[in-house]
Design a protein around this ligand. Sequence first.
Ligand code: MRU
Length: 366
Amino acid sequence: MKIGGTAYRTIWLEPDGGRVAIIDQTKLPHRFEIVHLASMEEAARAILTMQVRGAPLIGVTAAYGVALAMRVDASDDALGAAVAFLAKQRPTAVNLRWALEEMRRHLHPIAPKDRAAAAFDHAARLADDDVAMCKAIGVHGLEIIREIAGRKAPGEPVNVLTHCNAGWLACVDWGTATSPIYHAHDAGIALHVWVDETRPRNQGAALTAFELGSHGVPHTLIVDNAGGHLMQRGEVDLVIVGTDRVTATGDVANKIGTYLKALAAKDTGVPFYVTLPQSTIDWTLEDGFSIPIEERSQDEVLKLSGRTADGAVHLFDIAPEGCRAANPAFDVTPARLVTGLITERGICAATREGLVGLYPERGAAA
Ligand code: MRU
């Protein structure tokens, strides 16, 4: 996608072949800064500190982290250690574990002397695959938006509500939840997006609003608590969110607050769709409540970052000194609240049968 007229991905290998480049998402929307990762430790830190975030992107960053590690030591032991170290940086998004296992599976049969080059090639392949999957999600999701647009008066926009950032910044390109939106916008369908600010880290305000604005998609930022009210008033036609992990039975883990949007959508009859590439499905889990939920720092709740009129970015305290805070970063939306799952292979019910229908090769395992 483009920023200031220039096309970017969220991660790439510099032409010198030595450094992995990322966009530092902790600096957006106030500053656009590219950071270089030169070691596995720097890749791990980028994931942990959320310079890169979003389920697909942390997976691809970890894949490049393995490649950087293989440049230092490509032995079997080093491969195992790199996979174990990178996997523990964030617990909820299964894409991290998926990408690392994919790297291990690919690299293990390759002789150590050839592993570093093969690792960079394979990380690039995972990045390209993610782009292709996100694009396909958009093509399928576009049909849902097109169908709703067909029921509207000419020029009347389709109102989409989204939570957090499941945009191209969370992936390598296109995004998951935003891909149908970009496809619809590019197809000339009038649409407008309600962007949940998504406390505590405000990925909606900082990232989704930035992305949509850069692409020219009409949008309005709302506080997290406004969605239910807007749905009651008929001002939301559909909800589209991303996810960090979907169980084999269709339960969905996503950014904290997603469950409340799904409840409100169910109560008001608003369709609630979840977008995901196959790397987000955890075929080993039956029950969403067994998904590990990341607990993050209290400071993310107790403080807010913002830019002052002089252009400086500051961190402000918003609670009394000594106040305690809890910060679960994700919640689980039970499959019964999900209208459908939009994947790169098509749209299915949030059920085991629905998922196996799209991924029949998983039928025996599920
Ligand atoms: O904590 P984050 O910013 O990594 O959480 C991201 C989300 O919850 C996204 O909605 C999810 O990863 C889907 S990204 C395509």
